[in-house]
Ligand binder design. Structure first.
Ligand code: ADP
Length: 626
């Protein structure tokens, strides 16, 4: 089996189960009602409107019967005119009510989407960074879009549908029964003949629709994968265009076949329903006419009953499939709740302190005290359905940091060096509380980082990653992300100090040039300098920096070095150092190995001592230093 069809099967297994027999917990229903609570008044009005509309729709057949009687009796012509005028008035009223009902149901549904979307968005931003590392962004976005919209349907479509159909059904049956119990009974006896095929077709159609959605999705995946740059390149370089074409053709053919099938079934469904309704109507004319000849019914009532009967089966069909509609709407709600129920992991304590907006120069220390750390497992931070896997891996993560202690005094630069995978990035992530330690304490300014608010902590810390992220937006917007109130001269000063001003001036649109994933391509060094400018604008007392490892020519090397000097001046800094100049100037070097500090000291001290540092130095820096 090819990888592609594996993926298709996997995604098919994953799509929301719409099994009508599925049990949904009462809790879900309760929560859904909770979301509807703020709109209960609007809901009541909506149902009121529906009830009036149902009455109006029953009144018309009754009046039509009166018209017939008036004609048959041949009494007063004006009665016919008045009745016709009332029928016209009712038609206008029904139109107005229908607009009103739609306004309410749309308003309620869309407001519900708004509430849910904002909640999920906020919740996802509050999730631990581990969640973002595991989750497929596409799956998450689809949760925010498709499922939230599906949940909304429960309110607009399903709820108002059930409401109006139920009201219409009851009113119609009651009115029919008062006119002729025999004919009403006959119509009700016909109900199963009508409802059973409707249910069967409904289920069949739903299965077809689901398959159609899956086939379409799989066709889309193929296109997305092949059309992007890397996919297109792969197809060309391996000369697979023909096979690709063929396999795409197969998928597209299946999409066509299922499309035809779906069209035929919909039509058969429709035909069957109209046929049964027409037959029932014929029965009413037959039996009603018979009774009319017998004198127990008048002509008008026969017409009224026939017209009412036509209104009876529409709601019946709709209601016969209601369970499935409600279920699929609730499944969407559940999928949204599933995301909302993921615990945030890093949270503020109820009485967390606020660090001052800018820590005073003497309070800018960082200390690690016997810190242990293990990355959270997949089960703790993620959902299988968001990773597009059937089950989350059950690996128990190994300890990454094991009893690590050090102090960065205010104003010091601490360099972290060590082999890849030693735990340097992890150390850097614990300071701004992207994760919480599993043992020991991390302190900033002598205070446990878990005792202060995340906002005030992160306000004091500036981070420049190895490959810093820029939003797909102008340079100026990216810079102002750090300092919304920065003036243009301030922006330029930061760019100057970060050694990137010259380059910014040369750009086609200057500071308005769009950068980011699909924007102007900045080199690794330029991106880091821009990130340093962003950091300078934030002017945090504490800096965490992961130096770029990408090879830089000597000019950029010098520029980056100067930018780093600006970034580190007067701040306490933790630098994951790859650059000899940074390491030489550091107040203390920590050699990290297997989650522990293997050696510590200044560059000359460590060189003298030999050991791991000496080895690393020899391997990485001698060539550069030469
Ligand atoms: P360094 O920065 O020194 O190269 P890291 O701190 O990135 O090392 O990684 C230390 C160890 O932690 C590595 O073994 C790595 O595989 C593991 N690790 C890093 N990130 C995660 C994560 N999100 N989940 C699980 N393990 C991780």
């Amino acid at each position: 089996m090819t990888g592609q069809s594996h993926a298709t099967l996997r995604s098919m297994a994953h799509s929301a189960p719409l099994d009508a027999s599925q049990k949904l917990s009462k809790a879900t229903v309760g929560r859904v009602l909770g979301y509807a609570r703020p709109y209960r008044r609007q809901l009541v009005v909506m149902f009121g409107v529906l009830a009036v509309a149902a009455l109006a729709s029953v009144a018309t057949p009754v009046l039509a019967g009166r018209v017939v009687n008036a004609i048959v009796d041949g009494t007063d012509r004006s009665v016919v005119v008045v009745l016709a005028a009332v029928i016209a008035g009712l038609a206008v009223l029904t139109a107005a009510l229908s607009m009103l009902e739609r306004w309410y149901s749309a308003r309620i549904g869309e407001s519900l989407i708004l509430d849910l979307r904002r909640k999920v968005f906020d919740h996802v931003l509050g999730m631990p960074i581990a969640f973002s590392t595991r989750t497929q962004t596409g799956a998450l976005i689809s949760r925010l879009n498709n499922d939230v919209i599906g949940a909304q349907r429960a309110f607009t479509g399903t709820l108002s549908g059930i409401g109006s159909n139920l009201i219409a059904l009851i009113v119609t049956v009651v009115v029919m029964a008062t006119l002729s119990w025999q004919i009403t009974l006959l119509s009700l006896v016909m109900v199963p003949v009508f409802v059973l095929p409707a249910r069967w077709f409904g289920r069949k159609l739903q299965a077809i629709t689901r398959e159609q959605l899956q086939l379409n999705a799989s066709m889309n995946t193929t296109m997305t994968e092949r059309f992007n740059v890397s996919g297109a390149m792969l197809v060309k370089l391996f000369g697979r265009a023909e096979q690709e074409n063929e396999s795409f053709g197969e998928r597209a053919t299946r999409v066509r076949d299922i499309g035809v099938q779906s069209a035929l079934y919909s039509r058969m469904f429709f035909i069957a329903l109209t046929l049964v309704a027409a037959l029932a109507q014929a029965l009413v004319y037959g039996l009603g006419g018979w009774l009319a000849f017998g004198g127990s019914l008048d002509a008008g009532t026969v017409v009224t009953l026939a017209l009412l009967l036509a209104q009876l089966y529409g709601p019946l069909t709709a209601l016969s499939n209601v369970r499935v509609d409600v279920m699929s709407a609730l499944v969407s709600f559940e999928r949204v709740f599933e995301v909302l129920d993921l615990p945030p992991m890093v949270t503020d304590k109820p009485r967390a302190r606020r660090l001052p907006r800018r820590l005073s120069p003497t309070a800018r220390s960082i200390s690690f005290d016997d810190v242990y750390f293990t990355y959270p497992t997949a089960q703790q931070v993620s959902l299988a359905s968001l990773e597009d896997v059937a089950v989350l891996d059950r690996d128990v993560n190994q300890s990454v940091l094991r009893g690590l202690s050090f102090i960065a005094e205010p104003g010091q630069v601490i360099a972290l060096v060590g082999p890849s995978g030693a735990g340097k990035t992890t150390i850097a992530q614990l300071v701004p509380r992207l994760y919480d330690v599993t043992g020991g304490v991390v302190r900033v300014g002598g205070i446990d980082v878990r005792d202060v608010t995340q906002e005030s902590l992160r306000g004091n810390i500036g981070v420049v990653a190895q490959d810093p992220h820029m939003f797909h937006d102008s340079i100026v917007a990216n810079l102002r992300y750090a300092a919304p109130d920065a003036t243009d001269p301030q922006l330029w000063e930061a760019l100057e100090r970060a050694q990137i001003a010259d380059m910014a001036r040369r750009l086609p649109d200057g500071l308005n040039t769009v950068v980011g994933e699909r924007g102007y391509r900045l080199s690794g060094g330029e991106k880091q300098r821009l990130a340093i400018a962003r950091l300078l604008l934030k002017a945090p007392p504490i800096v965490i920096l992961d130096e770029a490892t990408s090879h830089l020519d000597s000019e950029s090397e010098l520029a980056v070095q100067r930018a780093l000097e600006a970034a580190l001046a007067d701040r306490t800094a933790l630098v994951i150092a790859h650059r000899l100049s940074t390491i030489r100037d550091a107040d203390q070097i920590l050699v990290v190995d297997h989650g522990r500090i293997a050696q510590r000291g200044t560059h000359p001290q460590l060189l003298e001592r030999g050991g791991l540092y000496h080895e690393l130095y020899a391997a990485q820096f001698e060539a550069l230093a030469a």
